[in-house]
Ligand binder design. Structure first.
Ligand code: FAD
Length: 174
């Protein structure tokens, strides 16, 4: 970036475009119970991040207008499923896009629903919730986790991508 480039006005579209250059994975956040009156609710979210190792905390940022926001507040628990590269159709389904009900299967683990076939499952209890503009930050205590090998689904500049390694896939060393 050169010093002569003008700054952009901080509008919603400019912010989305700039922040869309920050690469993320894709998750489906889930809450509820299959046998409860309201059932299970899921939604696609990429505003997910790690927060703390001790205690083990993660954070999801959920739009206040999303049904998920009230459902998490009611239930006090949520699941995070980090999606595999092959799960793009499922991520569109849970974002209100093209439905693929045949590919939607939940498993219950640690007392929360999770999406079958994901790379990582986290079962969380709400630790704290903070209003933040038009979103709520739901900090979750990770009660249980399950993790397996595979390639993640990646989101960048408003579209889905696959991860390309620049070197050999070396062990992490931890
Ligand atoms: P709805 O829009 O009613 O539900 C979402 C979809 O999931 C619907 O199609 C519904 O049919 C389906 N669904 C829900 N429960 C079930 C079930 N039990 N069985 C089968 N289908 C079900 N928004 C944010 O607030 N934060 C984010 O971090 C975020 N990240 C996103 C990342 C990506 C890549 C995309 C594409 C969207 C993201 N969104 C995010 C937008 C968000 O996913 C949508 O606005 C979503 O529609 C909001 O869901 P909702 O809770 O309002 O419920």
């Amino acid at each position: 970036m050169t010093a002569t480039q003008p700054s952009h006005a901080v509008t919603g579209p400019a912010l989305r475009k700039a922040l869309g250059r920050f690469v993320s994975g894709v998750t489906v956040v889930t809450t509820g119970h299959a046998d409860s009156e309201d059932g299970i609710h899921g939604m696609t979210a990429n505003a997910f991040t790690s927060v703390s190792l001790d205690p083990p905390l993660v954070l999801i940022s959920i739009a206040t207008k999303a049904k998920m926001d009230a459902r998490i507040a009611e239930n006090g628990r949520y699941g995070v499923s980090i999606l595999r590269r092959e799960q793009e159709p499922v991520s569109l389904h849970f974002a209100g896009g093209k439905p693929c009900p045949d590919q939607v299967r939940f498993v219950e683990r640690g007392g929360v629903p999770l999406l079958d076939g994901a790379l990582v499952h986290l079962a969380c209890t709400v630790y704290d919730s903070h209003p933040a503009g038009d979103h709520t930050l739901h900090v979750g205590h990770v009660d249980e986790l399950w993790s397996c090998h595979g390639d993640p689904l990646v989101f960048f500049t408003g579209d889905f991508r696959a991860l390309e390694l620049v070197r050999d896939d070396a062990p992490w060393g931890f």
